[in-house]
Design a protein around this ligand. Structure first.
Ligand code: F58
Length: 837
């Protein structure tokens, strides 16, 4: 079996008597039959797949109950410092496979089910992807949970339990249509509801200031929402550690609502009221184009933060923690600006409830909090209108005002008289509250997610803050968990790696480097090719069943799967495919490698041009896939409803990984890392973590193109560039740009005029035309390399071999030592290893 650590079984090496706790196939079968009978009052033969799946989850939960309890007890007993990772998103993906794998039960379960005439893979597919995230930052949070537990460290998640996910994407007539993501419809069997640990969160009302010697703030007339936690076990890899992801759900206590002034005594009203309360945790990123929508988003953020902090402090108190010791025992991490209200909320608790002085409370808060920035896009740097903030959170508003005053005073001491600078850096300015400024002021650490991104933060976006407090700023290049992104999603590759270098890489991903010397080995290459083919066959089967399109598994699978966004430049990819198609039309005998271009991703509901890009891709797919004259040399597919499970199918089957953002925009990227771990070769711009991938694999094993971030930023300083010159100067490019509007897409009319105009009449802000020629040239290089199969396979192996440093185990270890100050002796990379990596 892959990555087996002998004798560790379900309960892990850390547990006493592990050998006895191993679960045999016989035992598993018996437990499972009993479980089905007890849950459904029926025999295994007569229940549905959903019932079988639920019973299996329930059984796995039984198995992990004891180590979960032991882990909590161990943390209590040792008093070790606990990390709480607050995030509005946790894009977990399906849990059955990963939990079985991490528990070391995969093979036992597979065999047991097989003997019962069932197939584990089928049951794994019954599981809905939890609708708890949207993109990279949510998936990153999920990777960190896996790494924290797998390294046996006390790190937990704090998130929201959304009733509905972002949305389910369906493609109708080539367009994205959004449907409710009803992921909880059949229940979620992994979490445990903890009503006894519910807390109250307060909104609205007003604050009365009472002064008798000491000023007191009395919050009155507020509305109370009950926050009920649901705990999800986070299973470490065969080490007996089970951490907790706590998800909060908003509820109304109807019995109390009936007597409350808002509800009157009317039952109907009470039910209506409960619906408005529950709206709080109904959906991820509710539409914020209206005042009510904005208020709802702000309420959601405060709800998560307040509930999470109250529960942390309650727990801390119960274990007799002294508040002055708080930062030595608790680290709170703020994932992007959405949970930044952690700062004023902790202050509120320390000031109003614990009666600490401002200085004491502020010092504790700053020492406890740390913040990660995930973007430099101005529209994603959150600000709130002051009025709305004051109305929704009156007490928190006063605290933010005090923080602002305190912070501005300290700025004044360093920059006396420099009003301009102080107003640029203020937390409240021009009637808006700047959440990133609040984060920088209230945290001891601010980090970017790749070296370039951190440099841009330090030298541009947050330069003045960095000049003021340089020690706070640091880089933590992202990582992904090799357990989900290789072992689980690509078991054939995992087996090949284990057969070649042994199983230690699953826990020590830097050992993948040993593959380097096998890269040129014919037998190894042969196996690698077989693994890739097998994965392509699996993806092709899915595409055939779901979309009715036949893929050539001997073609180059070239994938761009990520949110649809102008800066990610799906349009550049499309224009290149159009040019390739044109070349084939001109010369049907053109000798090119057959290509399958795969797209997947959601466009935000209100982001019209991105939604139109989806239509553009699908229009191109219709044209190309139905044109017999090009003899199936290229195929284009847009895979509907991209999510973690789909990524797990696409990534192992991909040869070429498209990472082509306008340089400077992609903070890091994490898809790029997943692809390289699975042996795909990147075609990419020098942006985000692509730069570090290039450093890791060497320039022969990645194809880079396009403007650098420095060049892009220089153009912006000079007012942009002239796309007309580029357009006029490149026939092939001119042809494809014109084809956006000249009837090339049958029946499209003016549908893609928005794209056309943005490229030519609106200055081509994302440098699509400017980078086109070099992108096309890069593709030609790629094709050349692919033709020479041994060279290509060597490139693939090099990518796998050098992916170890992009493991979230490494990233997490860096967070733990540098930011959270967790004991380094328990970390996987020693300090000296870190230097040389
Ligand atoms: C992503 N951000 C970055 N934001 O784009 C990506 O480069 C990085 O690798 C990743 O974070 C992890 O650090 C991201 O996913 C969002 O999804 C925003 C959430 C709030 C609404 C706007 C999008």
């Amino acid at each position: 079996p892959i990555g087996v650590k002998p004798g560790t079984g379900v309960f892990g090496a850390a547990q006493a008597g592990t050998a006895d706790s191993e679960i045999t196939v016989e035992q598993f079968k018996q437990d499972y039959r009993n479980k089905v009978e007890r849950m459904y009052g029926d025999g295994l033969e007569r229940v549905s797949d959903l019932d079988k799946y639920n019973a299996l989850v329930s059984l796995v939960r039984d198995y992990l109950a004891e180590p979960w309890l032991n882990t909590k007890e161990k943390y209590r007993r040792t008093g070790s410092k606990q990390v709480y990772y607050f995030s509005i998103e946790f894009l977990l993906g399906r849990l059955l496979g990963s939990n079985l794998y991490n528990l070391g039960l995969n093979e036992v379960c597979q065999q047991a089910l097989g003997e019962l005439g069932m197939d584990l893979r089928t049951l794994r597919q019954v599981e809905e992807d939890p609708g708890l995230g949207n993109g990279g930052l949510g998936r990153l949070a999920a990777c960190y949970l896996d790494s924290m537990a797998s390294l046996g460290l006390p790190g937990h998640g704090m998130g929201m339990r959304y009733r509905y996910g972002l949305f389910e994407q369906r493609i109708v007539d080539g367009y994205q249509r959004e449907y409710a993501d009803d992921w909880l419809m059949d229940g979620f069997y992994w979490d445990v509801r903890k009503p006894a640990e519910a807390v109250e969160v307060r909104f609205g009302g007003n604050v009365r200031i009472k002064s008798n010697g000491k000023t007191q703030y009395i919050h009155e007339g507020y509305e109370t929402v009950l926050a009920v936690p649901y705990d999800v076990p986070v299973v470490g890899y065969r080490n007996g550690t089970i951490n907790t992801l706590r998800l909060w759900s908003a509820e109304a206590r109807l019995s109390e609502v009936v007597c409350a002034p808002q509800g009157g005594s009317d039952c109907q009203k009470a039910v209506e009221y409960s619906q408005t309360v529950e709206e709080l945790s109904n959906i991820l990123y509710p539409d914020d184009s209206t005042y009510e929508g904005k208020a709802l988003r702000l309420k959601q953020q405060y709800f998560l933060v307040s509930a999470g902090l109250q529960s942390i402090i309650r727990n801390y108190r119960e274990n007799n923690g002294h508040l002055r010791e708080f930062p030595h025992k608790i680290a709170i991490h703020i994932n992007d600006t959405h949970p930044v209200l952690c700062i004023p909320e902790l202050l509120r608790i320390l000031l109003d409830e614990e009666q600490l002085t401002w200085e004491e409370a502020w010092n504790i808060t700053v020492q406890t909090m740390s913040y990660t920035n995930h973007t430099i896009l101005p529209e994603a740097l959150e600000t709130w209108p002051e009025d709305l903030f004051r109305t929704v959170l009156p007490r928190i508003y006063l605290i933010v005002r005090d923080i602002n005053e305190y912070y501005c005073r300290s700025l004044w001491e360093t920059y006396p008289g420099d009003w301009d600078r102080i107003s640029r850096m203020a937390i409240i300015s021009y009637n808006r509250i700047h959440m990133a400024h609040l984060a920088i002021a209230g945290c001891h650490s601010v980090n970017g997610v790749a070296e370039l991104h951190t440099d841009i933060l330090k030298n541009k976006i947050m330069k003045e803050f960095c000049d003021f407090s340089p020690a706070k700023f640091n880089n933590k290049t992202n990582g992904v968990t090799q357990r989900r992104w290789v072992s689980l999603c690509n078991p054939a590759l995992a087996q090949l790696i284990t057969d070649t270098i042994g199983p230690r890489w699953v826990e020590h991903p830097q050992e993948l480097a040993q593959l380097e010397r096998h890269g040129a080995d014919t037998a190894f290459q042969h196996h690698l090719l077989r693994v890739k083919l097998q994965n392509k066959v699996a993806l092709a089967k899915y595409v055939k069943e779901k979309h009715g399109i036949t893929l050539d598994v001997n073609s180059i699978f070239d994938s761009q799967i990520k949110r649809i966004h102008a800066y990610k430049r799906q349009t550049l990819n499309v224009l290149h495919i159009m040019a390739l198609y044109n070349r084939l039309k001109e010369n049907p005998l053109l000798d090119i490698e057959p290509h399958t271009f795969i797209f997947g991703g959601k466009a935000a509901v209100n982001y019209h041009i991105a939604k139109n890009t989806i239509k553009l891709i699908n229009s191109l797919a219709d044209l190309v896939n139905n044109d017999k004259s090009i003899r199936d040399k290229i195929k284009v597919v847009f895979l509907e409803n991209y999510n973690v499970s789909l990524a797990e199918l696409i990534i192992p089957a991909t040869d070429v990984s498209e990472q082509i953002p306008t340089a400077s925009y992609e903070a890091s990227g994490t898809g790029n890392m997943k692809f390289m771990m699975n042996g795909a070769v990147t075609i990419g711009t020098l942006d985000g973590a692509n730069i570090e991938i290039k450093q890791a694999v060497g320039e022969d094993n990645i194809i880079v193109f396009g403007l650098t971030a420095e060049e892009v930023l220089a153009y912006y300083r000079g007012g942009g560039y002239n796309p007309w010159e580029v357009y006029q100067g490149n026939e092939r490019l001119k042809q494809v740009v014109d084809q956006l509007i000249n009837g090339f897409f049958p029946g499209a009319g003016d549908l893609f005029r928005g794209h056309f105009d943005s490229l030519l009449y609106q200055g081509d802000h994302f440098f699509v035309l400017k980078d086109f020629a070099s992108y096309e040239a890069a593709h030609r290089v790629l094709d050349e390399r692919y033709k020479d199969r041994p060279t290509w396979l060597k490139m693939c192996s090099a990518n796998i071999a050098h992916s170890g440093r992009f493991s979230s185990d490494r990233t997490f270890a860096e967070y733990a030592t540098d930011i959270w100050h967790i004991r380094p002796d328990t970390l996987p990379f020693s300090a000296s290893e870190k230097q040389t990596r």
